[in-house]
Design a binder for this molecule. Structure first.
Ligand SMILES: NC(=O)c1ccc[n+]([C@@H]2O[C@H](COP(=O)([O-])OP(=O)(O)OC[C@H]3O[C@@H](n4cnc5c(N)ncnc54)[C@H](OP(=O)(O)O)[C@@H]3O)[C@@H](O)[C@H]2O)c1
Length: 494
């Protein structure tokens, strides 16, 4: 065990049972950057009884996998050479294509001695069907004297119908309790803290409603463009890539009712209720409530950057959006009439994910000497980077007047808790190993968010007007400014 004064290790949690994890797509980018370091970090914290079987096409062999995995875990701190070698000794490689039944027939021999089995699908989404079907046909969904669980990466479907179809296929071989759909945002400390902030403190929840909240903004902005991922992004777009999953998870955690208890079932019941309350956007008023745009060419940090349509493996007449802004309403007692604005885009001014809750102004304005920057009290939950929470309020400027200006009360994870925030994948993997599905979206959550998103996609498909553009390094398109201005609000500065 590592010395961990903050108890971010596994000491306070249940002990992991012995298990074998099959990683489909072990030669891929996600395994190298996230999964292998997360497994190694768990091993260092005391999760010792397991074996990893990598399943992929390339001719690596077990020795090749171990050799490469040494590089993947290189940057995990606090490990001795002996610990590294022991961990690497737990890895084995099963070379096969996802389509070939022979690979699945050999899985049992690799799982020999392990009653508990986990399958992690870290593969191109086109392969999910084949893998699930083959696993099922080979009886790998069955649980005999232990558990069997399946973890599936995002994207989970590309619209309502395909998500439903994938869920139906999964349900043919696995029960809902065996299925863990990954949304790595839920593994972030700052996202989990939304519930603790709301329900672990007495002062926020009484004012967390339409009587006191004027509106809410949720922002997920990226500074980078599509880079080398143009081929993938062309078939996705920001609405599918960011809004359907991460942003809808932030939305439901921010707006849900308090759960009866902390069980996965209670929490997910409340989240799905919130999602189901999002008022659908009709085809007729889509342009009033939804904005899409693409980044243009420009200069970022002194260097020229291409327009989205000129990126590698992007069609020159692409209609895929790299920016989305939405105005939503939740038809619930608590949120009636409160607009919720979502925006997400690439190549924006800076990288930031945050939720801001903007409170109503005082009923009567006694202090008329308003600072130009003065605004409504705002609670800002910074998901990343610079993780923390800020309460923005107005205070008297020292002196003989009653002049005011905005000031901040700040909580920063970095300075309060030190460096020790947990990697999202480490938390999510350990939860799945323990069978705790709280941080994994349930079937009905996924399908409700897709139901909403699919209507927007369909509305856009029917609309052939030109796609607006925005300047790289800006805050987004003029159309998004107009969307929020038509509600007499403005976006928080990026
Ligand atoms: N990368 C990220 O940062 C990231 C972040 C969030 C979510 N995700 C999701 O995670 C999943 C994996 O992403 P990735 O970036 O790791 O993908 P990737 O680098 O393209 O890796 C794909 C993996 O699948 C294997 N594969 C593909 N087709 C195969 C076939 N027919 N038979 C056998 N193996 C096959 C590849 O094996 P060979 O190389 O041996 O052919 C490789 O191991 C995707 O669903 C992605 O959306 C990724």
């Amino acid at each position: 065990m590592t010395d961990n004064p903050l108890n971010l290790g596994l000491e306070s949690r249940k002990e992991a049972p012995p298990f074998v994890i099959f990683i489909f797509g072990v030669t891929g980018d996600l395994t190298a950057r996230k999964l292998m370091p997360a497994l190694f970090s768990l091993y260092l914290k005391g999760m010792t009884r397991f074996k990893v079987v990598g399943f992929a096409r390339r001719d690596w062999g077990t020795d090749g996998l171990r050799e490469r995995a040494r590089g993947m875990i290189e940057e995990v701190p606090g490990a001795s050479d002996e610990q590294r070698e022991t961990f690497l000794g737990r890895l084995e490689y099963l070379q096969s294509t996802f389509e070939d039944p022979a690979g699945y027939a050999r899985m049992s021999e690799y799982a020999e001695g392990y009653a508990n089995r986990i399958y992690y699908l870290s593969t191109p989404p086109d392969s999910y069907r084949d893998i699930i079907d083959q696993l099922g046909r080979h009886g790998h969904g069955e649980q005999a004297g232990g558990f069997t669980r399946i973890l599936i990466e995002k994207p989970f479907g590309r619209d309502f119908a395909s998500a439903q179809e994938l869920n139906q296929l999964l349900a043919r071989y696995f029960t809902e309790g065996q299925i863990f759909r990954i949304d790595h945002y839920l593994g972030k400390e700052t996202v989990q803290n939304i519930m603790l902030l709301r329900f672990g403190n007495g002062m926020f929840e009484p004012i967390w409603n339409s009587n006191y909240v004027d509106h809410i903004q949720i922002t997920v902005a990226e500074k980078i463009g599509v880079g080398t991922r143009g081929g993938y992004f062309e078939g996705a777009g920001t609405l599918r890539d960011m809004v359907q999953n991460h942003m809808f998870q932030l939305l439901s955690l921010t707006t849900m009712e308090p759960p009866n208890d902390l069980s996965a079932q209670s929490i997910r019941n409340e989240k799905v209720k919130a999602m189901q309350a999002v008022r659908p956007i009709t085809f007729r008023d889509i342009n009033e409530h939804a904005v899409r745009a693409q980044y243009d060419e420009g200069i970022v940090d002194g260097a020229p950057v291409p327009a989205y349509r000129d990126e590698d493996r992007v069609s020159p007449d692409s209609r895929t959006e790299t920016y989305v802004a939405l105005r939503l309403f939740l038809d619930t007692w608590r949120w009636s009439g409160v607009p919720i604005f979502l925006r997400s885009g690439k190549r924006l001014l800076r990288k930031v994910s945050e939720i801001s809750v903007h409170f109503r102004e005082p009923p009567r304005q006694l202090f008329t000497n308003r600072h130009p920057a003065m605004n409504r009290n705002t609670l800002i939950i910074r998901i990343q980077p610079d993780e923390g929470i800020t309460l923005n309020m107005n205070a008297k400027i020292p002196g003989h007047t009653t002049d005011m200006r905005p000031v901040n009360m700040d909580f920063a994870y970095g300075s309060t808790f030190g460096e020790a925030t947990l990697e999202a994948y480490e938390r999510l993997l350990y939860d799945a190993i323990l069978g705790d599905a709280t941080l994994y979206p349930r079937r009905d959550e996924i399908e409700s968010s897709w139901a909403f998103i699919t209507r927007v996609l369909e509305g856009w498909r029917r609309d052939s007007s030109p796609i607006p553009t925005y300047m790289p390094g800006s805050s987004g398109p003029e159309e998004a400014r107009r969307l929020i201005a038509s509600s007499n609000r403005k976006w928080r500065k990026l």
